[in-house]
Structure formats: C-alpha cells, structure tokens
Write a protein that binds this ligand. Structure first.
Ligand code: SF4
Length: 242
C-alpha cells in the first residue's frame, strides 16, 4: 500500500546477481511516520493491481537500489532521522527486508511498514523478531468487492493479518482509499461492521482518492462523500484523512 511515489531514484547499475528490491528512496519525510522524522524505502512490485494505485511505476517497475546501498544510506542518517518507512509496492514480498531491518534496528531506527496485508506470515515473523514498530494496514474492501478493486483474491490473507495485528502489541492503523465508483457509503458502513465483528477498536482512516493523478487503472472522477464521522460506532472512530 502506498501513498506517494518515491522522489529519488538510484539509477546506478549493479551486477545482475545483486538483488535490488528497492525502486527508490525518499530521504526525508515528516508526513509518513506519525510523530517521527523518517525516510521512505520504496519496494518495487506488488501482488495486487488496485485500480486507484498512485504508484504504477513502482508496482510495475523493477528495483534499482540494493539492500547494501540502502544500508549505506541509512548509516549516513543514523542519529539524524528517527524512523524508516518501508512502502511500495509491497515490501513484505521481499525476503531481504529481514536482513535490512535487522541492521536498521542495530542503527537505532524505528520501523514503520505500509502493507496490503497479503503476507500475514511475514508480518508475524517481523513482529516476533521485533523488527517493526508500527504498521499501516490497507483495508481495500470486503470480500465481495476485493477482487474487483485489487485484481487479487487475497482477502482471507488480509483478514488473517488483521487478526494477527489485533492480537499483537505492535501499534497499527487501518486505512481505506475511497473512490466513489468503487466503494459506496454503504460499503463503508459494512466495512466498519466487519471491523467491529473482528474486535477492532481504534481509529479507521478514510483517504479520498485524488482526482487527476496518474493511477494504475482507468477511473472516472470520484465524488467525495461527506460526514464520515457519522459512520463511527462504539470503539471505532471513522476519521477522514488528507
Ligand atoms: S496494494 Fe494496491 S495500492 Fe498498494 S502498491 Fe499494490 S497495487 Fe498499489
């Protein structure tokens, strides 16, 4: 899950055998890790094809930055940044996040992961190894709309990730991007009900689709719904973001 395109690419050509999972690095952000100064590592590739994805070049593109290069960058930011954000694309598809984060934790960084929730076993291992401090989990849709929106059948995996995070002590947030052609207000109400049934409590962030930005699929103009807070229920505050 991802919000914005990476801003700095690293076009250095590496030998073929060196894995280069990272598409680009944003060296500084105040917006992407709540309450922390951070950088963003954008991982190439994704196992979904959300129509509204803002990062088609990252999802469809190849990485050009190796883990070693990313670590060199992180070493240069030790003591200057508080955190790192792993985004993309879908970072949990890349086994190299484990050695990357082991070293990043040694450097003292807090770690946030943006994920579509499709790899609950990877999330479980990251949590068990204390390699992640905050998770932003995309709630794309309920099962009957999931394939139409993501071109994947990964709803059960998302639900497993939600259950995992509900039972873990790692702070996390849930967020849904809303395009009026894809998600109705009634869909949102039903999604809140699903969260209630799954014992979630906390904020549930709604992000409006931004018209006019290049995306993965073809979409009409989205109409903004108003008064999201009316969808809040006991224990779940529906919060409009951005
Ligand atoms: S999960 Fe969807 S929105 Fe997120 S990076 Fe993949 S295709 Fe884009």
């Amino acid at each position: 899950m991802s919000e914005r395109k990476g801003s700095i690419g690293n076009a250095r050509i590496l030998p073929k055998e060196v894995p280069t999972p990272i598409y680009s690095i944003t060296p500084f952000t105040l917006l992407d890790y709540p309450g922390k100064t951070a950088c963003i590592l954008w991982f190439a590739g994704c196992n979904m094809r959300c129509t509204y994805c803002y990062n088609p070049d990252i999802v469809l593109g190849k990485g050009v930055v190796s883990i070693m290069e990313a670590l060199t960058f992180l070493r240069s930011r030790k003591g200057l940044l508080q955190g790192i954000v792993l985004s993309g694309g879908e970072c949990t598809l890349h086994p190299t996040v484990f050695p990357l984060l082991e070293t990043a934790k040694e450097y003292g960084f807090d770690v946030k992961i943006d994920t579509n929730g499709s790899r609950p076993k990877v999330l479980e291992r990251l949590i068990a190894r204390r390699l992640v401090d905050y998770i932003a989990l995309d709630f794309k849709a309920l099962e009957h709309r999931y394939q139409a929106i993501t071109e994947s059948t990964l709803f059960p995996e998302f639900a497993e990730s939600l259950s995992l995070l509900n039972c873990s002590s790692v702070p996390f947030e849930l967020r849904t991007t809303v395009h009026s052609e894809l998600i109705t207000r009634d869909d949102l109400r039903a999604m809140v009900g699903f969260l209630q049934q799954h014992a979630y409590s906390g904020p549930y962030y709604i992000q409006h689709y931004v018209n006019g930005v290049p995306v993965l699929g073809k979409l009409c103009r989205s109409i903004k719904y108003a008064h999201f807070s009316e969808l809040s229920v006991d224990g779940i505050a529906v919060v409009e973001r951005g």
